[in-house]
Write a protein that binds this ligand. Structure first.
Ligand SMILES: *Cc1c(COP(=O)(O)O)cnc(C)c1O
Length: 421
């Protein structure tokens, strides 16, 4: 992990670095906060400098550009954002994107070629799954999946099949793509087991990428468990105020550099205004996530004892010993997004949702405000019934993302809404 600032003989913590890292006020008239740089292009101090920058951009010289060139490649607000994002995951480098899905699509396009196989955990965010099965399929890329909680043996079996499938198609296993916890079931992926299985089975250089949107960056750091690339929808906890859409990836430069090259070509970098808003969000990231996590623990403890509640999918209350073991090895906190199973079905869930007064009825998660939704009839409506049953997306499941409101007010809201069921 790169060193950023030593204080009292040790590395300064991310929450400290979010206030200043990567920005020098002297370069901007002493402005304490970074201005928003609304410019499409950057003036070179000499023709030779322009040439040197382009050698870096085009890959003629390794190491990338050593200065700013053009805002499709990078710009000051995005660079500061990327430097600060990398800190949270202990990554060498981060890249910002205009949405989480742009990050995921550019990442997969970078690594997938005709005949290749992507192995992924299931379920994935629906659009991620769709990008693999619908769009990459057009270019001869196929996929195999394993259930989120799979053991090393199961994962090795799937990788063996993927290897054979890739060989038959004239390609390779180009990526192992994970999402943990899975939505909306909260099943965790054993990243250490995936990494060991990859090393045992594959002889190719196959990166392990993981969507860390639900627990990152505060409650999970998958690069520490053997993942190579972390992926975020910054729209969720990192942005944290439900007022922007953005995404990122982070990892070692050997993995991020090819992605940067494709982003340089395609575009899809985050815009300067959104990058600035994310810098503001990062200053309070730890505070917001901690409070939301504490609130969720209180709310779940209360919900668990309620007679109209049939079950909870909350990482702070895992019954399954295998899932518990993954949690203990991989997670620093249970997060604030979970599912509640009500006694009854869709009608009971709808009455509950319609009666909420503080929690808002909306999809998405990770904002300052509490949100509630009904996956079976909303985010997962198009999933076939058989697959829904397999994934545990039942008609009596409500998904909740807890915000930073007063916890007793939230409990009061759930109390009166459950009374209306
Ligand atoms: C929201 C989300 C995405 C997509 O992110 P956007 O910013 O909406 O493009 C990807 N993965 C997960 C887990 C998400 O929750």
């Amino acid at each position: 992990m790169p060193s950023h600032m030593k204080i009292a003989g040790r590395e300064a913590k991310p929450s400290t670095l979010m206030m200043g890292h990567g920005y020098d006020p002297v370069l901007s008239e002493g402005s304490l906060k970074p201005p928003i740089f609304l410019t499409s292009t950057f003036a070179f101090s000499s023709a030779a400098e322009g040439k040197r920058h382009f050698e870096g951009i085009t890959g003629k010289r390794p190491g990338g550009a050593d200065g700013l060139v053009y805002s499709r490649f990078n710009a000051p607000n995005q660079e500061i954002l990327e430097h600060r994002l990398a800190i949270w995951d202990g990554a060498e480098e981060a890249l910002s994107f205009s949405s989480g899905m742009t990050a995921i699509c550019v990442l997969m396009l970078t690594y997938a070629a005709q005949g290749d196989v992507i192995v992924h955990s299931g379920p994935l965010y629906a659009a991620s799954e769709g990008f693999v099965s619908k769009w990459l399929a057009k270019f001869g890329v196929t996929w195999l999946d394993f259930p989120a909680g799979a053991t090393r043996e199961t994962i090795e079996g799937v990788l063996e099949r993927a290897k054979a499938q890739a060989a038959a198609n004239g390609g390779k296993v180009c990526m192992i793509y994970l999402e943990s916890p899975a939505n909306p079931t909260n099943a965790l992926v054993d990243v250490e087991a995936v990494s060991a299985a990859r090393d045992a089975v594959l002889d190719t250089e196959t990166p392990i990428a993981i969507d860390n949107t639900f627990l990152g960056p505060l409650w999970a750091r998958p690069l520490d468990q053997g993942a190579d690339i972390v992926v975020y929808s910054l729209t969720k906890y990192v942005g944290g105020h439900s007022d922007l859409v953005a995404g990122s990836i982070a990892g070692a430069k050997r993995w991020t550099t090819p992605v940067r090259m494709l982003r340089n070509t395609m575009g899809g970098i985050c815009d300067p205004n959104t990058a600035w808003m994310l810098l503001r969000s990062l200053e309070t990231l730890e505070l917001r996530m901690q409070r939301a996590g504490e609130n969720a623990a209180k709310v779940c403890e209360w919900l668990a004892g309620h007679p109209k509640v049939a079950g909870l999918g909350y990482l702070g209350m895992i019954a399954d010993p295998r899932q518990r073991d993954i949690y203990d090895r991989h997670c620093k906190g249970a997060g604030s997004t979970f599912s509640v199973l009500l006694k009854g079905g869709e009608a009971e869930c709808f009455r509950f949702l319609d009666a909420l007064r503080i929690a808002k009825l909306a999809v998405s998660l990770g904002g300052t405000e509490t949100l509630a939704s009904h996956p079976a009839s909303m985010t997962h409506l198009s999933v076939p019934d058989g697959r829904k049953a397999e994934l545990g997306i039942s008609d009596n499941l409500v998904r909740i993302s807890i915000g930073i409101e007063d916890p007793d007010d939230l409990i009061g809201d759930f109390d009166q809404a459950l009374a209306a069921v």
